[in-house]
Design a binder for this molecule. Structure first.
Ligand SMILES: Cc1cc2nc3c(=O)[nH]c(=O)nc-3n(C[C@H](O)[C@H](O)[C@H](O)COP(=O)(O)OP(=O)(O)OC[C@H]3O[C@@H](n4cnc5c(N)ncnc54)[C@H](O)[C@@H]3O)c2cc1C
Length: 382
């Protein structure tokens, strides 16, 4: 029992801790556990201050308990076969100023546990995030709503045995088995609407994740996704992506350049920036589409611009009807130089760009020509 407890308390023999990590990466986290009659609390000491509820992803399935904590670009995994049964739901708390994460499990029976359990694969490992595989859990389709002629708003529900919040600017992978083959594609969560208050702050344990997805009738994946019935399941991975939220600190001008479904990362960015960045003076979205019918959430964008004077939206169409009196064409030096006007001289600026690869590449080239530095540009790419 002592041996087992020792390993499970995070005190690994020295040989298992990589030397390079100690020198280059953040210092290695550790964990512990304690219990009351009815609860078991697993505590993760991250030894970092910038930890929040996005930082930890918890899943438990039958007796296997998995908690992955993201610390800078590293992943710390707790993976244990629990010694006793626990209830499906649990709670997660973060004590930000000391970087402590507490996961409170409810015992099925009020018995005293002699040990937490036995280590499973990669338990207590601390490795670069890029070297970890993707972990999937099955999410249920709750609703599906038409947004444009080919784009739908999907609502998925996480299982009660999962805690997962997708950070702003990150995406997840969907996995479906199509005619015997597993297929995986990335999608970017959005808020359920542009006009609701910023949900992540209000409801930290939100179980619903929303996606705006364009269905390609000749596509490989999206027709299958579209065929799912309400109540069906799709596997959803842990989040990935490299937008650093610190880029928004002290920000004064935020410019968003989106084409088609490249609009999806902008949704949470917009909600986040307008709610959480007091220094923000101006947010402008330039939204490129083929026709008016392709514009996702047009009226919501127009309402938001009306409601919040800091926000402006400009639609640019490449194949408009003769009635269209707005901007036309593709991303160009003329469009950008007129659009990217700072609200004050030398303001702190961030430009986010997302769309098909040629759009994004061309956009980045033009932004560099307009002398924006790479620190002022964030591009979303595959
Ligand atoms: C990080 C990231 C985030 C993303 N987030 C979202 C999101 O939030 N919402 C969203 O809708 N999409 C998103 N995407 C795109 C998404 O991952 C898929 O690429 C998209 O859903 C298309 O999937 P599909 O398999 O149905 O279509 P595909 O089979 O990939 O086909 C797409 C279209 O291209 C055509 N096509 C396919 N192959 C060829 C070819 N060889 N020559 C010519 N045409 C061809 C098809 O006919 C179809 O019209 C994201 C992509 C990335 C990289």
């Amino acid at each position: 029992y002592h041996e087992e407890k020792k390993v499970l308390n995070g005190m690994l023999p020295k040989s298992q801790v990589t030397d390079t990590l100690a020198k280059e990466g953040p210092s290695s986290p550790s964990y512990d556990w304690f219990q009351t009659d009815s609860l078991v609390t697993v505590v993760i000491y991250t030894k970092q201050k910038d930890i929040n509820l996005d930082s930890v992803i918890v899943d438990h399935l039958d007796d296997s308990f998995r908690a992955e904590t993201i610390i800078k670009d590293y992943s710390y995994l707790i993976h244990i076969g629990l010694s006793h049964e626990v209830q499906e739901d649990f709670s997660v708390r973060v004590v930000e100023n000391v970087g402590k994460i507490e996961i409170v499990l409810k015992k099925k029976e009020n018995a005293s546990w002699k040990c937490l359990g036995h280590p499973l694969e990669n338990h207590n490992s601390f490795i670069p995030k890029k070297d970890t595989g993707l972990y999937y859990r099955k999410c249920q389709l709750i609703s599906k709503e038409n947004v444009t002629h080919d784009t739908k708003l999907f609502c998925l529900m996480l299982p009660p045995s999962t805690h997962l919040q997708v950070p702003i600017g990150q995406h997840v992978y969907f996995k479906l088995t199509i005619t015997g083959t597993e297929l995986v594609k990335p999608y970017t969560p959005v808020s359920d609407s542009l006009l609701s208050e910023f949900k992540e702050q209000v409801l930290p344990n939100n179980k619903y994740i929303y996606f705006l997805i364009k269905i390609y009738s000749a596509g490989l994946f999206t027709p299958e996704l579209d065929h799912l019935q309400i109540g069906d399941f799709v596997s959803v991975s842990n989040p990935e992506g490299n937008l650093k939220i610190s880029k928004f600190q002290e920000l004064e001008d935020l410019f968003l350049l989106a084409a088609g479904t490249g609009f999806t990362p902008m949704v949470k960015i917009l909600n986040y920036a307008l709610t959480n960045i007091p220094s923000l003076r101006k947010v402008k979205l330039m939204f490129f589409n083929k026709t008016e019918d392709d514009i996702i959430w047009r009226s919501q964008l127009e309402k938001l611009a009306f409601k919040d004077k800091r926000f402006d939206v400009e639609f640019v169409l490449s194949a408009p009807t003769s009635e269209w009196d707005g901007k036309q064409g593709y991303i160009s030096p003329a469009l950008l130089s007129e659009f990217l006007k700072r609200s004050i001289d030398k303001s702190k600026v961030l430009i986010c760009i997302c769309g098909p690869t040629p759009f994004t590449e061309q956009g980045i080239r033009l932004l560099h020509d307009l002398t924006f530095s790479k620190y002022e540009i964030h591009s979303f790419t595959a």
